[in-house]
Ligand binder design. Structure first.
Ligand SMILES: [Zn+2]
Length: 109
């Protein structure tokens, strides 16, 4: 951001802090955790919203729901794996953490 007007730098800083994933996005993304085998196998990277691990689809060795839903190879979580073929930012740990907060932590409070 070198060379930008200072006011513009401040605007960009606030803008990047304000843009988070909406609740709607987190809810829509969760549907990609279920019956996701086709999408997972089209992905190059997967993320787990339970343990926040990132791994390649080839590391998945167990499937639930009649072999249709990926299970996390690291925490055995079911309905917790999203592949990047979903176009959700699974490479971003902050996104995985927000999904975890929404779907795993708050659920049991
Ligand atoms: Zn996991």
């Amino acid at each position: 951001m070198n060379g930008l007007h200072p006011k513009k730098k401040i605007f960009l800083l606030y803008y990047s802090m304000a843009v988070k994933w909406t609740l709607q996005t987190l809810i829509a993304a969760h549907s990609h955790c279920q019956k996701n085998k086709v999408e997972i196998l089209q992905s190059t990277l997967c993320g787990c919203i339970q343990c926040l691990a990132q791994f390649e689809p080839g590391e998945i060795f167990d499937w639930s729901d009649d072999q249709e839903t990926a299970m996390c190879p690291l925490c055995d979580g079911s309905n917790s794996v999203i592949g990047n073929a979903s176009h959700y930012p699974v490479e971003n740990v902050e996104f995985l953490q927000m999904m975890k907060d929404k779907w795993f932590d708050q659920q049991y409070q």
